[in-house]
Each structure stands twice: as structure tokens, then as C-alpha cells.
Design a binder for this molecule. Structure first.
Ligand code: ATP
Ligand code: MG
Length: 634
């Protein structure tokens, strides 16, 4: 058996040979001439001259062997609808969608913007674009009109595909007024808007620009649309980052490199075999949804489960019942969902037969140790934290159990994946850090297949944003801060923006947050750095208590705040002791569940947090403002 060390070393020392072998996992209509074009760093072009198609690899290729296997299981607890599509049925639906798009003028290289809820048509539309060689840009359904307008102007679509409504937590969100407003705000004129009518919201088809999907689908019911064979480096999609730290960036992805990287990840990291069932509880609007609801499971011949709803409706046992009913083998979600589930009755987890489940994967934000320990214990199965970004398209840190069953270390997502030449660097000197020395996670050129090709429409922004922040080296910066131990395991300590400098000592927000969450009263916590005249910066902590009981008694609160501060001091020293611990009932997060620390810090310093297009619930900010009650910076 290959050990992880040899496997990773081969991928770095000879990427051409390594990825030439991995490229056999997908179908090439025309073989590539070169594995890697390094002529124009930091740009890397993979599998140059090879022609392939993502839809062919995800669907057509499986028809010979698994036409009658389920490709997609769709469950909506919002509408009560459950549907299954075999690979043969999926093939039919994608062809219909592709024929409809083609009839509206969509062709190779055009952008199609998808503003859709979690419905099967979202998957059909993405794969229909892939089939036609069109570039999809999925915008998370539920973004407000100004954010949608900004993405319309950046992506310049020839077609928008939308639905009458989304639904979340039992509430219907009417999409067409949002589309109306976004189109009015956008400078770019989109020729057509295709509407999937779920019959959730009042009929809107009289709006002159809306084209109804259903009659067109009927019209093109038996049409077959051939796959466009794209050169490996043509764009497959544009996806904007979550916008946690500022203006979202349009990440452009290729075709061949992405397909190969996902297929390799299914083998080496996820251990997904043809015929397995995978449930990724994310949204098609995020990168986890693109890669592990849609492309990777289908490319690898699995059944993918697509879910519309929350983890606690009708009750906190719903996901575990899905595992039992659909014999789910692999599950993938974010720590934020687990923290929600942890607050539910633990007995709910034990009520379902979870014997089919092999592994739970988690990504998107730091997995705090109490949550990791809780779920690993409750499930009795491996829980694999994995770290990546919209930019990388697939995990750059994980435990590659398909290569070697390395042990997990609590608090660390694991070791670098194939092709990721990761080094922690000092951001002031650019020097590589010694083991256990804190630094920025950087990647050496070239990024492996599957990573972003460039920033959409702006090559110079790709270079200036990602490859120019470390002195004396042209390396890719993740803008995340961490440490690596002697065995190569990396722990993420926070975003570089969030690093706190107290009297010359640099602390990651994550370190203080971990110390606070070790206290039994704490359910969730955000730590930010706040300007201080004396020390430069001090840490301030915002805490959500377990069971959400905020005591009205101010002396009780003061006692708890002191106790929490003391906990931090005991674990990390006096330097890390928060200047204040503030109890709130909710923390501000993005719609993808990431903490908006910069906005909290702005409020704590009495500044305007600015425009926060991706915030989940603005009420969380109000609460912080009130809790601070004009305390200001000190
Ligand atoms: P923007 O770049 O627009 O500010 P974003 O960085 O939140 O948005 P994503 O690409 O969705 O957008 O998120 C990637 C980031 O999420 C990583 O850079 C890291 O900060 C965090 N992250 C993801 N997975 C993990 C993990 N397993 N552990 C710790 N942090 C993680
Ligand atoms: Mg980012």
C-alpha cells in the first residue's frame, strides 16, 4: 500500500506523472497533449489540448452500466416533495433543459446565471450548461436584489434561470420581485429569464420578460442535445466567494482539471464508490454544493441526495432519518449545522438506524473541539474535517483515508491533499515557518487541477489578490493563519484579517475561541480584536450560552464573564484574556454559516460595519450594538 507521505511527495515532485495517471479516471474525447503548461506563472493550464465534457462524465458515461441506478434523490421538507431520478431519467431531464436553453440562444462560451432554490431543476440546469459548453454562474437563492444585480453586471449572462419562489423554515420567499428589481438595477441587459414554476408563489408569468419552462420542456421532451467537447481549460463555471471578508471574487474554474481533481478526491479523500449514496447538506449556491452535491458524486457514479430544508424541521432527527431511509453512506455538512443539532434532543440521533453511514465530512469553518468530540462520540464513525476555499474547488487539507488511514488530531483538518504544495510562511519576511510556528497558509506554484484558473474577467486581479501578498515570493495566499506540527498536520487559527496583536503578541481568534468553548456554559463564541490605546489591540469575546438562558441578573452575568475570562487566562496566559466578554443570543454569520468577525470588530470599535450583502440575520448585529451599549473601544 502507498503511504500518504510517498503519495503526496510524488504529487509535488512530479505533478505531470502524478496527474497523468489520475486523468485516467475521466473520459477524454480527445487525449491531451501536455499534462501541464507552466509557461505563464502564476497561471497553470492542465491537460492542454484534451477535450472533454463535465456532463458527459457525470451522466452519459454511466448509462451503459448504471442507467437504472438512482442518480439523484431529492427530498424537500419544505414542500413535502420527494423524487428519484435514475441516471437514464436524469439524462432525459438534462437534455430537455439543454434543448430549452439552446432554443433561447444559449451557446458555447455564453454565461447562464442560475438564481434557484434547492430543486432538481438546479442540478439539471447546471449540467445542461455543461453539456452545451455554456458557463454557469449560480447565485445563492435568497441573496437580495442589489447583490444579484452586482453579479448580473459582473457575469453578463445571456439567460437567467429562476423559480417563482424559494422556501426556508416554512416561509415562502417570492423570487420574481427580486428578479424584477435586480434587472432594473443592473446595467447589463439580460435577453431572457426562464422561470421554473413550483406553484409556491402567485402566478407571475405576465411579466413580459419571463419565459415559462414547463411548456418548453414538453415541446423538447424527446430531443437529444450532443455534448460540446471543450478544451480542458475552457471555463466551466464562475462562482462568487462567500463574501465573508469583503467584496466577493468571481472564481473561474476549468473543465478537465476540475473533473480529474473531483474524481481523484472521491477516491483518496471521500472513498466514494460507484453505487454508494452521498448526502451533502449544503446549497448549490456554494462551492461545496457545486463539487459534492453535483459534480463529484455523479462523476464517480454515486447517488446524490439533494435536500431542501433545515436540519431541525420537522424535528432535529430529520437528517438521521434520511440516512436510514436512503441508506446514505457518506454525509457532508458544515460545523454550524452540527452546532444547531447539538442543541437538540440527543436521543433523536439514536432513533435511526445509521449502520449504512461510513463517514461524516465537515467543512466551511473551524470545527471546535467540543462539537467534534460530541459528534464523533454520538455517531461512532470517523468524522473528517476538511479545509478548503471556493478558490481551490476541493479539499486542500483532509485525512486521505483512501490513501492511508492516518489518525485524526482534534482541532486539525489534517494534512495537505495531493498536489497542494503547502507552506506556512511568516507574512512579514516570507520565510517558511518552523513546525509549531504560526504563519499564513500559502501554496507554491502550480496550484493542482480543480483550483481556480483566474478571477472572472480580470487576470490582473488574480495575480494581485492572490499571488502578491507574501514578500519576496510569488506564492498563493489563502489569507488563513495557522500552525503545522512535525507530522504535517495543520490547525487553522483564523483569517489573517482576524489575527489579534496584543502588545506585540500575535493571537489567532480561533485559539481564544477554543479556550472559551471548553467552558460548559458556552454554546458558541466569536472573538475579535479591538483597538486599544495602550496595548495596540485587545480581544473581545461575544458568547452565546448553552440553552440560550441569558440571566437578567447583572451580578450573575458579571460573575460568568469573569469566570470565562479566567478560563482563557488559564489556558493561554494573561495576554489572551479578553478585555470584555459580552453575552448575546445570536452571532452575525453569512448565509453559508461563517462568522462575520470583521463586522463585529467594527461595531466594537464604534465604526460602521459597512455593507454586508451575505449576512444571514441582521438582527444579530443590532443585538451586539445594543449589548455594547456605547461602550466603545475600551
Ligand atoms: P470571501 O473570500 O469572499 O471573504 P469566504 O472566504 O468566506 O469569502 P469561502 O471560499 O466559502 O468564502 O470560504 C473559505 C474559507 O472558509 C477558508 O479560507 C477558511 O477561512 C474557512 N474554512 C473553510 N473550511 C474550513 C475548515 N475546515 N476549518 C477552518 N476554516 C475553514
Ligand atoms: Mg475567502
Amino acid at each position: 500500500m502507498t503511504s500518504y507521505r510517498d503519495f503526496h511527495r510524488r504529487s509535488i515532485e512530479n505533478p505531470e506523472d502524478f496527474w497523468r495517471e489520475e486523468a485516467r479516471r475521466i473520459h477524454w474525447h480527445t487525449p491531451f497533449d501536455d499534462v501541464l503548461d507552466r509557461s505563464n506563472p502564476p497561471f497553470a493550464r492542465w491537460f492542454v489540448g484534451g477535450r472533454t465534457n463535465l456532463c458527459h462524465n457525470a451522466v452519459d458515461r454511466h448509462l451503459a452500466e448504471r442507467a437504472q441506478q438512482n442518480a439523484l434523490v431529492y427530498v424537500s421538507t419544505e414542500t413535502g416533495i420527494e423524487r428519484r431520478y435514475t441516471y437514464a431519467e436524469l439524462y432525459g431531464e438534462i437534455n430537455r433543459m439543454a434543448a430549452v436553453m439552446r432554443s433561447l440562444g444559449v451557446k458555447r462560451g455564453d454565461v447562464v446565471l442560475l438564481y434557484l432554490p434547492m430543486i432538481p431543476e438546479a442540478l439539471f440546469a447546471m449540467l445542461a450548461c455543461a453539456r452545451l459548453g455554456a458557463i454557469h454562474s449560480v447565485v445563492f437563492g435568497g441573496f437580495a436584489a442589489p447583490n444579484l444585480a452586482a453579479r448580473i453586471d459582473d457575469a453578463k449572462p445571456v439567460l437567467i434561470v429562476t423559480a417563482d419562489a424559494g422556501a426556508r423554515g416554512g416561509k415562502v420567499i417570492d423570487y420574481t420581485p427580486l428578479i424584477d428589481e435586480a434587472l432594473a438595477r443592473a446595467t447589463h441587459q439580460t435577453p431572457h429569464v426562464l422561470l421554473i414554476d413550483r406553484q409556491l408563489a402567485p402566478e407571475r408569468l405576465n411579466a413580459h420578460y419571463l419565459v415559462a419552462y414547463e411548456p418548453l420542456r414538453e415541446q423538447f421532451f424527446d430531443v437529444h442535445v450532443p455534448c460540446e467537447w471543450l478544451e480542458s481549460n475552457e471555463p466551466s463555471y464562475v462562482l462568487y466567494t462567500s463574501g465573508t471578508t469583503g467584496k466577493p471574487k468571481g472564481v473561474q474554474r476549468d473543465v478537465g482539471g476540475y473533473a480529474v481533481a473531483l474524481a481523484a478526491s472521491m477516491e483518496h479523500i471521500f472513498e466514494g464508490k460507484p453505487g454508494d449514496t452521498m448526502f451533502t447538506a449544503s446549497d448549490v449556491g456554494w462551492v461545496v454544493g457545486h463539487s459534492y452535491i453535483i459534480y463529484a458524486p455523479l462523476i464517480a457514479g454515486l447517488t446524490t441526495v439533494m435536500y431542501e430544508g433545515t436540519p431541525i424541521r420537522p424535528d432535529g432527527g430529520i437528517w438521521w432519518r434520511l440516512v436510514e431511509q436512503h441508506k446514505i453512506n457518506l454525509m457532508f455538512t458544515a460545523p454550524t449545522a452540527l452546532r444547531v443539532l447539538k442543541k437538540q434532543d440527543p436521543a433523536l440521533l439514536k432513533k435511526s438506524d445509521l449502520s449504512s453511514l461510513r463517514t461524516l465530512f465537515l467543512a466551511g469553518e473551524p470545527l471546535d473541539e467540543p462539537t467534534a468530540a460530541w459528534i464523533a462520540d454520538a455517531l461512532g464513525k470517523p468524522v473528517i474535517d476538511n479545509y478548503w476555499q471556493t478558490e481551490t474547488g476541493w479539499p486542500m487539507l483532509a485525512i486521505p483515508r483512501g490513501v492511508e488511514t492516518l489518525r485524526s488530531k482534534l482541532g486539525s483538518p489534517g494534512v495537505p491533499s495531493a498536489g497542494f504544495n503547502l507552506t506556512l510562511r511568516n507574512e512579514l519576511t516570507g520565510d517558511a515557518c518552523a513546525p509549531r510556528e504560526k504563519g499564513v497558509l500559502t501554496l507554491d506554484y502550480p496550484l493542482p487541477p480543480g483550483c481556480m484558473s483566474t478571477v472572472w474577467g480580470d487576470d490582473s486581479r488574480f495575480v494581485s489578490t492572490y499571488w502578491s501578498s507574501i514578500p519576496n515570493q510569488q506564492v498563493y495566499s489563502t489569507f488563513d493563519w495557522g500552525v503545522q506540527d512535525e507530522d504535517g498536520y495543520v490547525t487553522i487559527l483564523g483569517r489573517t484579517d482576524d489575527v489579534i496583536n496584543v502588545a506585540g503578541h500575535r493571537l489567532g481568534t480561533r485559539e481564544i475561541e477554543e479556550a472559551l468553548s471548553s467552558h460548559a456554559a458556552v454554546a458558541e463564541v466569536a472573538v475579535v480584536g479591538v483597538t486599544d490605546a495602550l496595548k495596540g489591540q485587545v480581544a473581545m469575546a461575544f458568547v452565546v450560552l448553552r440553552g440560550a438562558q441569558i440571566s437578567a441578573d447583572s451580578s450573575e452575568r458579571a460573575r460568568l464573564e469573569a469566570e470565562l475570562s479566567a478560563t482563557v487566562e488559564r489556558q493561554l496566559g494573561a495576554i489572551a484574556r479578553p478585555a470584555r466578554v459580552v453575552v448575546v443570543s445570536m452571532l452575525p454569520k453569512t448565509r453559508s454559516g461563517k462568522m462575520l468577525r470583521r463586522a463585529i470588530a467594527a461595531l466594537a470599535e464604534g465604526r460602521d460595519p459597512g455593507d454586508l450583502p451575505t449576512i444571514e440575520d441582521p438582527a444579530a448585529l443590532l443585538q451586539i450594538r445594543e449589548a455594547l451599549g456605547g461602550i466603545g473601544a475600551n
